[in-house]
Write a protein that binds this ligand. Structure first.
Ligand SMILES: NC(=O)c1ccc[n+]([C@@H]2O[C@H](COP(=O)([O-])OP(=O)(O)OC[C@H]3O[C@@H](n4cnc5c(N)ncnc54)[C@H](O)[C@@H]3O)[C@@H](O)[C@H]2O)c1
Length: 259
């Protein structure tokens, strides 16, 4: 096992399950001190698993759809360990799957709050602490669904994440900070402990969701979903010094689907 993150302070948002959890666990195994920001109680299980494996981790429950939650969360890393070296903005995910004409305005707002604002606010909170350090890395988790069916508001949010990545990277590159992103394709994961949408799905909604699955597989050259490992690996590569000359780009991780 390499130790690319020895002594580094890393914040991972939405790390109670899925891609974020694996990123947190693998970074801790490579020496990072990891702070998990997640409002689900499942975050405690991840901290316990990391400590069990002799890693260092803490967790805080905050609502990352608010500025105060993001600011409090990033400050926690500084309070714990005096700095923040790496931020992985992983919170997001489409809440509804349906043709655009069926979205209610309040649902459009909710999608942007879930998949754009946590990244926008956490970038702002982190940059304020990284700039005086003269160093830092932000990895945003976007999506290849910036071109996809039955999730236009989510696509808009992730398009915003790509824009943040390019524009913020340019602003801060000469001050020692890199801002990069991955755009995952469809990813197989165990059933979610924390559902994206806690309301029961109707038959029609299942059909709309099936369209997403079919389109995702069709758009991938490899005609399959990826694994959690296939998503965590590129995120950690971009977060590491192995990617020290890479900034401002969103790397598609979708088996050939460029989004
Ligand atoms: N899973 C996929 O197939 C896939 C595909 C493309 C992109 N992505 C992107 O990858 C990222 C991770 O996806 P996933 O499926 O692994 O995540 P997930 O939906 O399984 O988990 C998200 C986590 O974020 C937490 N969270 C949600 N809203 C929060 C809030 N307001 N405040 C604090 N915590 C909050 C949840 O508690 C949960 O632990 C997302 O940004 C998603 O858009 C995922």
């Amino acid at each position: 096992m390499t130790r690319r993150f020895k002594g580094k302070v890393m914040v991972v948002t939405g790390a109670a399950q899925g891609i974020g959890r694996l990123v947190a666990e693998q970074a801790a195994a490579e020496g990072a001190r990891v702070l998990i920001l997640d409002r689900s109680a499942a975050r405690k299980e991840v901290v316990a698993a990391i400590r069990e494996a002799s890693g260092e981790a803490e967790a805080l429950s905050v609502n990352l759809e608010t500025w105060s939650g993001c600011d409090k969360g990033i400050q926690k890393a500084v309070d714990l360990w005096g700095r923040i070296d790496i931020l992985v903005n992983n919170v997001g995910g489409t809440i509804w799957a349906k043709p655009f004409e069926h979205y209610e305005p309040k649902q459009i707002d909710a999608e942007l709050r879930r998949s754009l604002f946590p990244t926008l606010y956490c970038c702002r909170a982190a940059i304020e602490r990284m700039l005086p350090q003269g160093a830092g890395v932000i990895v945003n988790v976007s999506s290849i669904a910036t071109r996809g069916l039955n999730r236009v508001p989510y696509a808009a949010a992730k398009g915003g994440v790509n824009a943040i990545t390019a524009s913020l990277a340019w602003e801060v590159a000469e001050r020692g900070i890199r801002v990069v992103a991955t755009a995952p394709g469809g990813t197989e994961a165990p059933p979610r402990v924390v559902p994206r949408n806690p309301n029961a799905e109707t038959e029609q909604r299942e059909d709309w969701y099936r369209t997403i699955v079919d389109q995702t597989i069709q758009s991938s050259f490899m005609k399959r979903y990826g694994t959690l490992d296939e998503q965590a690996g590129p995120i950690l590569f971009l977060a590491s010094d192995d990617a020290s000359y890479i900034t401002g780009v969103t790397v598609p991780v979708g088996g050939g689907d460029l989004g």
